[in-house]
Design a protein around this ligand. Structure first.
Ligand SMILES: CC(C)(COP(=O)(O)OP(=O)(O)OC[C@H]1O[C@@H](n2cnc3c(N)ncnc32)[C@H](O)[C@@H]1OP(=O)(O)O)[C@@H](O)C(=O)NCCC(=O)NCCS
Length: 153
C-alpha cells in the first residue's frame, strides 16, 4: 500500500533522503557537508508554506519524495511554483510511485491556492505527459537541456 505524507511529519527520513540525493546528484552535492544537506531538507519540512516536501511510503518503507517550491535552480521566475526534487528509490521504481507523487504535488499546489504548476525534467517527461501536463519549451541549465512543462490545475 502506498501512503504519501509531509516531510514535516517524518523528519526521521532525512538521513535516507540525503543519502539518496548525494548518490543521485553527486556533482551537485560534492561540496555539501552532511549537516548542510540535512539543514536543507529541514527547510522543506513545512505543511503550509513553500517549500513543502512530500514523502511516499510503500508498505511502510520510505520509497520516494517530491517538493513543491517557489523556484528551482535555473527556472525562470515567471514559471512558479514548480514541482521538483522527484526521486523514487531504485527497488520501488516502475510501479507508479513517481506518478502518485506528482499527483499528490498537484493536489498540494491546488490546496495552496495555485492554478498552474510547472516542472523541468530530463527523465520524467513521460510521467508528466500521462498526467496531462503540457510541454512548453526546452530550457538550458548548466550542461543539460531539461524540458519545461506546465499543468493547469
Ligand atoms: C524518474 C523516477 C522518479 C521515476 O520513478 P518511478 O516511480 O519508477 O516512476 P513511475 O513508476 O511512476 O513511472 C515510470 C514509468 O512507469 C510507468 N508506470 C506508471 N504507473 C505504473 C504502474 N502502476 N506499473 C508499471 N509502470 C507504471 C509510467 O508511465 C512511466 O513510464 P514512462 O516513463 O514511459 O512514462 C525514478 O526513476 C528516479 O527517481 N530516477 C532518478 C532521479 C530522477 O531522475 N528524478 C527525476 C528528475 S526530473
Amino acid at each position: 500500500m502506498l501512503t504519501i505524507g509531509f516531510l514535516a511529519d517524518h523528519l526521521d527520513t532525512i538521513p535516507t533522503l540525503t543519502k539518496w540525493f548525494r548518490d543521485q546528484w553527486s556533482d551537485y552535492y560534492s561540496d555539501w557537508s552532511q549537516a548542510e544537506m540535512e539543514q536543507d531538507f529541514l527547510e522543506d519540512a513545512s505543511h503550509n508554506r513553500l517549500p513543502i516536501r512530500l514523502v511516499a511510503f510503500e508498505s511502510g518503507e520510505l520509497a520516494g519524495t517530491i517538493i513543491l517550491r517557489e523556484n528551482g535552480d535555473g527556472m525562470p521566475p515567471e514559471f512558479q511554483p514548480e514541482l521538483g526534487g522527484l526521486f523514487v528509490a531504485e527497488s520501488h521504481r516502475g510501479r507508479g510511485i513517481a506518478t502518485e507523487l506528482v499527483r499528490a504535488g498537484m493536489r498540494l499546489a491546488l490546496d495552496q491556492g495555485y492554478e498552474t504548476v510547472y516542472a523541468t525534467t530530463v527523465s520524467a517527461a513521460g510521467i508528466l505527459e500521462h498526467l496531462g501536463w503540457e510541454f512548453i519549451k526546452t530550457v538550458v541549465y548548466e550542461d543539460s537541456q531539461p524540458a519545461l512543462y506546465r499543468c493547469k490545475l
